[in-house]
Design a protein around this ligand. Sequence first.
Ligand code: GDD
Length: 395
Amino acid sequence: MRIEKTRYTERFGAVKINEVQKVLELDSGRRSESSRKEEVAVDKIEEEEMRDIEEMMTVVVPIRDEKLKLFEGVLSGIPHNCLPIVISNSQRGKVDRLKMERDTLEQFCHFTQRQAIIAHQKDFELAQALERCGYSEILEEGLVRDGKSEGMVIGILLALLLKKKYVAFIDADNYIPGAVLEHIRNFAAGFATARSPYVMVRNLWHYKPKIEEEGLYFKKWGRISEASNKYINSLISTKSGFDTEVVKTANSGEHAMSLELASIIPYASGFASEVQELMSIFEGFGGVLPQQDPQAVEEGVEIFQIETRNPHLHEEKGKEHRAEMLLPSLSVVYHSPLAEPELKQQICEELRSQKLLGEDEEPQKPKTIPPPQMVALECLGRYLWEYLSGHLTLK
Ligand code: GDD
């Protein structure tokens, strides 16, 4: 794979935010020496190196009542050497969707000769193990709370138990399996070129096609990401004194982290997770607030943003759903201890203009989930090994 070298980097304390990098070639052929001239501008990542990284990567697929055809397509796009971890919050009443998802996964594993894990977010054993090991903030009424982020954090904990090095997140409602494959290759490219062990790779879709009256329109920006990017960039600008537009992936659902980084940052509930991850990094390692982890501060935290070649085509869940995402996303920025009063004011105005906030209202603070490192892993392992063995789909 060939990818543009990072050309421009914004620094925020110990955090390096790289400008968006473009993929030049999805497949760069056989191993060959790169010329000095090429090395100046291009990173070439060899297939063997991609495979080595994929072997150490878990791919968490959060799923809630998605079409099985889409789920099956997503699985087919996950490279063979990655371990898929499916965290479901689908209905289990008369229609047991978890059972259907498990059947789909089992069939996939059987015919592709691979392993995967599937667990339900509302399993009582899981909640009990988390409570016993000191992680009850993720629970509500004795079970894990609803929310995509909650599913992601369970995935991180399982990846830690399995001693993997990287964790990636891929939504289950992607229409294009080739895009899933590309997402993961982009993550591997980011990890291959990172210098610090504390790394995050966020994908920016090239286009998100919409069907309009005149035909297919290749839209570049969604309204939610546009707003989240704007206010996060404003926050960085107020700290540095220089205007910036460096953040272009505030709501990037398809992203990945080294487990060193994933285990030390706090998360926000539901759909606020991607914005919270960025804010947690700025708060913890940006040098403005007390530093959270001396080792990470010393090594630095690297954020890559990579633009996919494939377009992003996923299930459209309507206007209300978009509001469900915008409000928590901007609330995270609003409630950050880094946000200045003027920025808070602008966020309130934006939310009011979108009719998501009343005149005298303040955005509600999203619930947070503490860093996964707070869980006593040995303890979790003791409680979960047996549970997990029943949830491992073997080849
Ligand atoms: N485990 C679990 N638990 N999964 C969930 C839950 C839950 O409570 N709620 C939703 N999911 C799954 C969905 O089934 C899907 O696979 C994925 O999480 C994303 O949820 P969607 O409802 O499809 O979100 P979206 O497509 O509108 O938004 C996505 O893209 C945004 C960027 O455009 C999400 O990934 C957002 O987080 C992201 O910001």
